[in-house]
Design a protein around this ligand. Structure first.
Ligand code: NAD
Ligand code: DAU
Length: 359
């Protein structure tokens, strides 16, 4: 078991990918909720990693940032032992489906080989320490795509990943599961639906639309815009991970989702309406005029939906933010944090954008 939050001994967490979107939100959440705990972030600072996501924690005594690769075994071994780590919360990954279609190599290297390296290091560490937890943060995309009337994914659905990204995450999930069964390591897996909120890198649907509306640029909607995603506010994901780390049963998988299925085109229209209402002086208003249907994503999954009954009934988690509230907060955040997102629209990003959209 993981030490209780009431324990007088502070817990020591290693958070991989803590400078990314969900990882940084998790680190903020954890440091606020459990201020005595010691949090170490290991992050390679790829294009998606951003130290600015962690700026508010810079002077916290209980927080330390280490720049490095999860596939650097010597570094991981050193951190686990020197810092006497109790739990690994593993977010680090290549996470964008479109980039996995353009260039899958790093997805295999980080998501599969990187996870394998962490598991081997944890195996060695656990043999000596005889306590600890390994929480592997994964995605609903491993289950493939649903038809419109299919029931939502449960933990019993067969894996059927369709993109290099989801296949690499599926492979990492299988490794984590195997390390529980073969070596009795206390591993846990979570499979979550689409997150949104602060610190979301501009390449993903919601920040991309918010930023393009503010810049008066085309809003590229893939295909017919009828694909469905199940949206969860990132803080609710962090709260779910907290429940799983404290109360989850080793070897188990927990699905996490907000029960908020929305068609892409409807979501983009909601964002346009919110921006029209909240942003003064938009370059193009009403912003719906910017919606542009573009070539579909190859192999684009039609629909994702999560059945989160298991985590709700067994661990007592429920989402706290409605999609209406969450989208409003998020739009407001992008409006107020131009200084955060503007530097991310770098030349590398423009090149990627041009290659993907040709817009
Ligand atoms: P992100 O792309 O925003 O962040 C990934 C972070 O990992 C970055 O900080 C990056 O620098 C770091 N990283 C990448 N390769 C690394 C390496 N080799 N070594 C060390 N650090 C490395 O991703 P995110 O959206 O925050 O997703 C985090 C995790 O949650 C991923 O594992 C993803 O599969 C999973 N997930 C994401 C969502 C979502 O909607 N974003 C939903 C479900 C699950
Ligand atoms: O379901 C969880 C997954 O959600 C995570 O595992 C991934 O890491 C995360 O990136 C996300 O994957 P998606 O592919 O669903 O997210 P994305 O924001 O890229 O796209 C959401 C939907 O919007 C998808 O149907 C594709 C569509 N889309 C996306 C972009 C970037 C567009 O129509 N236009 C766009 O420009």
């Amino acid at each position: 078991m993981f030490l209780s939050p009431d324990s007088t001994t502070p817990r020591r967490l290693l958070v991989t990918g803590g400078a990314g979107f969900i990882g940084s939100n998790f680190v903020h959440y954890w440091c606020q909720t459990y201020p005595k705990d010691q949090v170490f972030v290991l992050d390679a600072l790829t294009y998606a990693g951003n130290l600015a996501n962690l700026t508010p924690l810079k002077s916290h005594e209980t927080f330390r940032f280490v720049q490095g690769e999860i596939s650097d075994r010597a570094l991981v071994d050193h951190l686990l032992q020197a810092e006497n780590i109790d739990a690994i919360v593993h977010f680090a990954a290549e996470s964008h489906v479109d980039r996995s279609i353009l260039a899958p190599d790093t997805f295999i290297q980080t998501n599969l080989v990187g996870t394998f390296t962490l598991l081997e290091a944890f195996r060695h560490h656990y043999q000596q320490k005889q306590s600890g937890r390994f929480l592997h943060v994964s995605t609903d995309e491993v289950y493939g795509s649903l038809n419109p009337h299919d029931p939502p994914f449960t933990e019993k659905n067969a894996y059927a990943p369709n993109s290099p990204y989801s296949a690499s995450k599926a492979g990492s999930d299988h490794l984590v599961r195997a390390y529980y069964h073969t070596y009795q390591l206390p591993t846990l897996i979570t499979n979550c639906s689409n997150n949104y909120g602060p610190y979301h890198f501009p390449e993903k649907l919601i920040p991309l639309m918010c930023i393009n509306i503010l810049l008066g640029k085309a809003l590229p909607v893939y295909g017919d815009g009828q694909n469905v995603r199940d949206w969860l506010y990132v803080l609710d994901h962090c709260r779910a991970l907290d429940c799983v780390l404290h109360k989850g049963k080793a070897g188990e998988t927990y699905n996490i989702g907000g029960n908020n299925e929305v068609k892409n085109i409807d979501l983009v229209k909601i964002l346009c309406q919110l921006m029209d209402e909240l942003a003064p002086d938009l370059p193009v208003s009403p912003s719906e005029q910017l919606i542009t249907f573009v070539k579909d994503r190859p192999g684009h999954d039609k629909r994702y939906a999560i059945d989160a009954s298991k985590i709700k009934t067994e661990l007592g988690w429920t989402p706290s933010v409605t999609v209406k509230e969450g989208l409003r907060k998020t739009v407001q955040w992008y409006l107020e944090n131009r200084d955060w997102w503007q530097p991310l629209l770098s030349q590398e990003y423009q090149d990627y954008y041009q290659q993907l959209y040709g817009l």
